[in-house]
Design a protein around this ligand. Structure first.
Ligand SMILES: Cc1cc2nc3c(=O)[nH]c(=O)nc-3n(C[C@H](O)[C@H](O)[C@H](O)COP(=O)(O)OP(=O)(O)OC[C@H]3O[C@@H](n4cnc5c(N)ncnc54)[C@H](O)[C@@H]3O)c2cc1C
Length: 467
């Protein structure tokens, strides 16, 4: 089972994993002189505002992904990137600390997956002015795949079955079509892997949890003034909220929350928390939100991730725990494209040459669970929390790249720039543990006003440049 001249490939889902798989497959095939017919199915309208074109995401692109894409010759255009993020403010119940990019050249991008939020709050504020249409990451990546030669069918797929040896795709309002290879890039929202349920190809769906995303319109000058290029991360004891972040974009800030049974009331409680409120301009109406959604976040791995002539990619296969899902989409897409073209499309080949990439991410997520358990422990142990803040503040004031232990660990935990394995190993280093112990003990004796009520670091004004 191999892809040969004019083999037919269906990719169901035109999110980052689907588009990147198509792009890499066409790229590798053209180098080998192979012509593939790749057809992408997705009904999303990436040029539409609000839910129609949105794939539910915080929209933070790790610097590792920005760099990996750049190495592939894919540069995120300035109209896709809403803002370059070069620092973040960590808020705990014991105070706050600013962490700037540990290695000066690294930068994170904040962007929209669709064409921006529904614009009602903005339009109201501007007396009915025209809404701004932002360029979407997913639209940009899909265009790249199409420019390489893929074809788009703007429709949903209802089911996939097998007829004889070949997988058969049943698109809505189209005749069924058979393919040499079918790739499920369907993510975990909107039905996901259910399309495979009636077929002989059965996948155990990845476990998921609900998150909340909401967009708040402030206007560009207020976002520049209050947030600049700084993202805010909250590891505080707010009821039901285990983690929250505020990500500045062009004229909006995006609030992402994880926790138990999150709803609109939890968002109001969160936004009214004094630590959160101080991040916003005085008197702004935080209830005038432009978009609100409760998407699923992938926590696990599908099992299996491939069968004869069928493979899953991106969130549908495996993601990265609580961060850098788009990085996982890139990694799995590249691994699948290479495995399918070079080694073949039988279950055995895909299992041997593609599945290890998914297992590697899955194993790292297991370590990630330990990392997040530890972070939660800090939340409930003020002495450790103060020790952590003390370490960060000392490192940030010295700016010595060789002594950025805690800053680098926290940077990597929340930005997705490094694997959980590397984070854990650094946390277990004797020097790290000793410094944390010393800072924690010191915090018992020194009433450090700066740690207890650290002001929000003055944000650096940007003009929405790319990273
Ligand atoms: C709250 C939240 C915040 C997040 N924040 C970040 C972040 O800041 N940074 C980051 O890197 N990642 C983040 N992620 C994760 C990231 O969004 C995903 O990992 C990433 O989108 C996975 O891409 P994908 O292409 O696999 O799936 P998706 O982006 O979900 O794309 C799936 C596509 O398949 C299409 N589709 C589904 N079913 C069908 C069907 N039957 N027929 C045709 N088409 C279909 C959908 O329309 C969609 O376009 C976040 C996720 C959530 C939920």
């Amino acid at each position: 089972m191999e892809l040969t001249q004019h083999s037919r490939v269906a990719i169901i889902g035109g999110g980052p994993s689907g588009s990147l798989t198509a792009y890499f497959m066409l790229d590798i095939a053209s180098r080998l002189g192979l012509h593939l017919n790749i057809e992408i199915f997705d009904s999303s309208q990436f040029t539409a505002q609000g839910p129609k074109g949105c794939n539910y995401c915080g929209g933070v692109i790790s610097e590792t992904l920005v760099q990996m894409l750049a190495m592939e010759g894919i540069t995120l255009p300035p109209d896709v990137v809403q803002r370059g993020i070069d620092s973040y403010q960590l808020h705990t119940d014991q105070g706050s600390a600013a962490i700037s990019t540990p290695l000066a050249e690294l930068r994170i991008a904040s962007l929209y997956r669709g064409s921006g939020p529904l614009d009602c709050a903005k339009r109201k504020a501007c007396g009915g002015a025209e809404p701004v249409i932002y360029r979407s990451l997913d639209g940009f990546l899909l265009d790249l795949a199409l420019s390489k030669g893929a074809t788009l069918f703007p429709t949903k797929v209802n089911k996939v079955t097998r007829v004889g040896n070949l997988p058969m795709v049943f698109p809505r309002e189209m005749e069924p079509r058979s393919y040499d290879l079918v790739i499920g890039a369907v993510g975990v929202n909107g039905g996901g892997l259910k399309i495979f349920d009636e077929s002989a190809i059965r996948f155990r769906h990845p476990t998921t949890t609900k998150a909340v995303i909401t967009e708040i319109y402030l206007g560009r000058s207020e976002v520049d003034r209050c947030f600049g290029s700084t993202m805010h991360v909250f590891v505080t004891r707010i009821p039901r909220v285990s983690f929250a972040a505020i990500i500045p974009k062009g004229e909006y800030v995006t609030v992402v929350m994880l926790g138990r049974a999150l709803d609109r009331d939890t968002v109001v409680t969160f936004l009214n928390h004094p630590t959160v409120k101080q991040c916003f301009p005085d008197g702004v109406d935080l209830t005038a939100r432009s978009c609100f959604c409760r998407p699923e976040v992938s926590l696990g791995t599908s099992s299996p991730v491939c069968a004869d002539r069928v493979a899953l990619v991106g969130d549908a296969a495996v993601s990265r725990l609580y961060k850098d899902g788009n990085g996982a989409a890139y990694r799995t897409a590249k691994a699948l494209a290479t495995a399918a073209i070079i080694h073949g499309i039988s279950r055995k080949s895909l299992e041997r040459y593609y599945a290890p990439a998914c297992r590697k991410l899955s194993f790292d997520n297991t370590i990630g669970k330990t990392v997040f358990l530890t972070v939660n422990l800090f939340k409930w142990m003020p002495i450790l929390s103060r020790g952590m803040l003390g370490m960060v503040r000392r490192e940030q004031s010295r700016q010595d790249p060789r002594r950025m232990d805690m800053s680098l660990v926290l940077w990597d935990v929340y930005t997705g720039s490094n694997s959980y394995k590397s984070i854990l190993l650094r946390c277990l280093a004797p020097r790290f543990l000793l410094r944390l112990l010393v800072e924690s003990i010191k915090s018992l004796f020194v009433v450090d006003k700066a740690v207890r009520a650290a002001p929000v670091a003055p944000p650096m004004a940007t003009e929405g440049h790319g990273p």
